[in-house]
Write a protein that binds this ligand. Structure first.
Ligand code: C2O
Ligand code: CU
Ligand code: CU
Length: 436
């Protein structure tokens, strides 16, 4: 933050080529914001005005910055319709309203290039801090941004194969804040506030802590009403979760992955279980006494009775023809068209959206411009209510599943909705919502 005025958060993000060292003696060309991947952690506050100058220095490619999950005006949201040409700059400006505290992120969203720009390194965390935060400051506040990486023998990142295009690109190494299995050190009895970001293109992360106790305190769009103890969490691509983790036993505590079947097409299903993402060394020396987590975090008002309902059906089509495999990733039978408005909605209306996955893979559904509330899931004729109210902008819709959610857009303009497996978004699983 280089702002001189209180209440104004000003920064500059330059996207461009950089190199990183993942293996001894080999430089990997990457894309980076301000030279680092993930990009710089942005921390701003409710009530602030944000002005970020974006400089696109990616050779020969247009880009944008999309503020994933944030309540920004449509014209400031980095839509594919508003590209920033190679070599050009633009300023993104928006206000952070009261109640907007949450774990957001930023990444490019140019037409047809999002998947590649993100897997090459362009993504960063954007935390909006609350004016009055009920979580004790003694817990710290740490963002853990998960990305994954695939390297060729020469240290470079290979292009996507047909299997990557179909399933989404899953890398071979999961990185946390750009590092493989980084170490954290804490004192025994310490509690840590951790914000976990799935910033991978297509890897589902089913996560558990060994030797430490997890409590979920927040979702994509900020705190829950009350803490909820959890043994494991599933983070589909683009989802975030806010945790308090208690380290009550000396030794090493580690964050590891469990198996999750997200529906893999073709050969090369990546290993998902048993990866250690993060190791926490818990010292014998006890931590200073930690204040307890409050029993209530904040109220969340239910969105209430919808006046409009919509149905979005996700399908995949695969056809072999002389030119090779032709894949369609469709919503209501259509592939994305930048010149077509798919849904017209009115600002302020509460709408019920039913997302129906009739495909063979899970598809994490994401909607721009607002946070929504999941109200029901249905699979094999069985209905399930979510265990607690939460603000979300991305929700996994498992194959064969239907997710019903309530949403309300407050600001006019064009908003994207799409599968957040970025290769699927790029292949057409995206639409435009015009809010009037
Ligand atoms: Cu995180 Cu439309 O994206
Ligand atoms: Cu988004
Ligand atoms: Cu998908």
């Amino acid at each position: 933050n280089e702002a001189g005025r209180p209440g104004l958060f000003r920064a500059r993000l330059t996207a461009g080529p950089a190199t990183a060292r993942f293996v001894e003696g080999k430089d990997t060309p990457i894309l980076a914001y301000n030279g680092t991947s993930p990009g710089p952690l942005i921390e701003a506050h409710e009530g602030e005005r944000v002005e970020i100058t974006f400089a696109n220095r990616i050779a020969g490619e247009q880009s944008t910055i999309h503020w994933h999950g944030m309540p920004v005006p449509a014209g400031q949201d980095g839509n594919p319709m508003d590209p920033v040409a190679a070599g050009a700059d633009r300023v993104y400006a928006f206000d952070l309203p009261e109640g907007s505290a949450g774990s957001y992120w930023y990444h490019p969203h140019p037409h047809g290039r999002t998947a590649e720009q993100v897997y090459r390194g362009l993504a960063g965390a954007f935390i909006v801090k609350a004016k009055a935060d009920p979580v004790p400051a003694a817990y710290g506040d740490t963002a853990l941004v998960f990305t994954d990486l695939r390297l060729s023998a020469d240290g470079s990142m290979p292009e996507n194969t047909m299997i990557d295009t179909m399933n989404g690109r899953v890398g071979d190494h999961v990185l946390v804040n750009g590092q493989k299995n980084p170490k954290l050190a804490v004192a025994m009895g310490a509690k840590q506030r951790l914000r976990l970001y799935n910033a991978t293109n297509a890897r589902f992360l089913r996560l558990a802590f060994a030797n430490a106790a997890m409590t979920v305190i927040g979702s994509d769009g900020g705190l829950l009403e009350a803490p909820v103890a959890a043994d494991e969490i599933l983070l589909s691509p683009a989802e975030r979760v806010e945790l308090v983790v208690a380290f009550d036993r000396p030794g090493a505590a580690s964050l590891t992955t469990l198996a999750y079947d997200r529906g893999w097409m073709g050969p090369g299903r990546p290993a998902d279980a048993g990866l250690t993402l993060l190791t926490v060394d818990v010292s014998d020396a006890p931590a200073e006494a930690m204040p307890p987590l409050p029993e209530r975090l904040r109220p969340i008002a239910p969105l209430g009775t919808p006046t409009v309902s919509r149905r979005l059906v996700f399908t995949e089509t695969m056809a072999m023809n002389p030119a090779g495999m032709e894949m369609g990733f469709l919503i209501n039978g259509k592939a994305f068209d930048m010149a077509r408005v798919d849904i017209v909605a009115r600002a302020g209306d509460t709408e019920l959206w039913e997302i129906v996955n009739q495909a063979d893979m899970d598809h994490p559904f994401h909607l721009h411009g607002t946070q929504f509330q999941v109200v029901e899931r249905e699979r094999d004729g069985k209905l399930a209510k979510p265990p607690y109210l939460a603000w979300k902008d991305t929700v996994n819709v498992a194959r064969g599943e239907t997710v019903r959610l309530l949403t309300r857009q407050e600001r006019p303009g064009a908003r994207m909705y799409h599968c957040h497996i970025l290769e699927h978004e790029q292949l057409g699983m995206m639409g435009i919502l015009d809010v009037q």
